[in-house]
Ligand binder design. Structure first.
Ligand code: TRP
Length: 449
């Protein structure tokens, strides 16, 4: 049953949509968290290497699988490798997206709280400990549950109405705005006293701090931030025009995402060092530091409000793509009605998500070992499921799809010249799987010690 498929009208459309899924809380909240906890510069250098040697090839691989098969994540594998176990890769992706949605919505809810606090001018004149106290009080109240529920309802509503096209149209305008505000913030942050300390922390690699732990965290963060390793980009790839150059498209998406993450780092670390916030502050790094910078700016009230609104929308475009992944699976592979699938997936994610939120409260019992349920979901998806998914996707291209098909798709049946095509294939077939396995195994061995 072949459905009529649309293509993106323009190349910009593809890049904007794939980048819309990629750019989100992962860049502005999770990236500084991970960089801060993993040694700053040491993390950044590993992260950038992973972006170039694994991120771009993987994004390209997903685009190639998508455009060649013209199908959704599970369907793509069924088409390109009929009667094999490969569709399981798509299935793992669906599970990952469901689990990510659960804990992602906790943080997405926080953006609503920040909008509310900006509106009532809560941040005005407050110092860091007052803002931190505000965050702790919020976390221990019932409000995170309300905001999270609201966020999931909003996501489900949009997925249900099928107005992603509308939201994407707005996102194309709003996301560049987020980018502009981030640049303004960045400039402001760099003028704060002691800003160079933060820059040093972020950019100066201390090679002795590069451990297996740092490598797996950088790998997980890179995949999480790019939305790769679980087939979401396969779906986007399936909409790309036959004439587009997949290499430049995937590179542009990866560069946009990385630029936003680096800008967030340049904004947050100098400000954190300037105000005496530890780079290991985790969630507080983004959510407490940024309002402090706004506090010091002319027009801070309005900038702060706009910033958090834009951040909420960036999160919304990401939660939509996450929910859509599960919904599409049930609709297309199990013939469940779209409405029913959306409602049940949203309720399921909300139930798991509420436990994730609860686990972040002080004195919460929802811990295993010393990890909260929230962190377990986060680690399971970013550090295990996505790297394994990414590994399988590169193996699929290199060893199942084979070189001729890969080159054929990459060069648009020989009509587009791609200088590095053989090297790229070599990286996907040998280097990428080896690198991912090394990082995963290295981490396991390291853990046992
Ligand atoms: N990449 C998004 C971010 O950085 C999160 C996200 C959205 C995601 N959709 C995804 C991650 C699909 C993995 C897979 O915020």
């Amino acid at each position: 049953m072949e459905k009529q498929r649309e293509n993106f009208g323009s190349k910009f459309g593809v890049i904007a949509a794939a980048a819309g899924s990629a750019v989100g809380l992962g860049n502005i909240y999770r990236f500084p968290c991970e960089a801060g906890e993993n040694g700053g510069g040491a993390f950044l250098i590993v992260y950038l290497l992973i972006i170039v040697f694994l991120g771009i090839p993987l994004m390209l691989s997903e685009f190639i699988i998508g455009r060649r098969s013209h199908r959704n994540t599970v369907g793509a594998f069924k088409t390109l490798a009929p009667k094999t176990a490969w569709p399981i890769v798509g299935f793992v992706g669906v599970i990952s997206s469901f689990l990510i949605l659960a804990f992602y919505s906790t943080i997405a809810g926080w953006t609503l709280e920040c909008i509310y606090k900006s509106l009532i001018n809560f941040y005005h004149g407050k110092n860091i400990s007052e803002i931190e106290q505000g965050m702790t009080n919020f976390n221990n109240s019932f409000r995170p549950f309300i905001w999270q529920t609201l966020f999931i309802i909003l996501t489900a509503f949009i997925v249900l109405k099928g107005i992603e096209k509308g939201i994407e149209k707005y996102a194309k305008v709003l996301m560049p705005m987020l980018f502009v505000i981030l640049i303004i913030l960045c400039v402001k942050s760099l003028t704060l006293p002691n800003a160079t300390e933060g820059l040093k922390f972020f950019f100066k690699p201390d090679f002795s701090k590069i451990t297996p732990e740092v490598c797996i965290s950088a790998l997980g963060q890179a995949f999480f931030s790019l939305s790769v390793g679980m087939g979401v980009q396969i779906t986007y790839g399936s909409y790309i025009n036959k004439k587009d150059n997949l290499l430049t498209s995937s590179t542009s998406v990866v560069m946009t995402d990385t630029l936003v993450a680096i800008l967030a780092g340049i904004t947050i670390f100098p400000a954190a060092f300037s105000m005496g916030i530890s780079p290991k502050a985790g969630a507080g790094l983004a959510f407490n530091t940024l309002p402090l910078i706004f506090n010091q700016m002319a027009g801070g009230y309005i900038f702060c409000l706009i910033f958090f609104i834009l951040l909420a929308i960036a999160a919304l475009t990401s939660t939509i793509s996450l929910l859509e992944a599960s919904v599409a699976y049930f609709v297309e592979e199990h013939s469940i009605k779209r409405k029913k699938a959306t409602i049940w997936c949203a309720i399921g994610a909300l139930i798991v998500g509420l436990f994730a939120t609860l686990s972040l409260q002080d004195n919460s019992n929802i811990v295993i070992g010393n990890m909260s349920f929230f962190n377990i979901l986060d680690n399971l998806t970013a550090n295990i499921l996505m790297p394994v998914g990414g590994l399988l996707i590169t193996i699929f291209i290199g060893w199942q799809l084979k070189k001729t098909a890969f080159i054929d798709e990459l060069t648009n049946q020989g009509t587009t010249k791609i200088a590095l095509k053989n090297i790229i294939f070599f990286i996907i077939k040998y280097i990428a799987p080896l690198a991912i396995v090394t990082i995963i195994v290295g981490r396991l061995v390291f853990n046992i010690k």
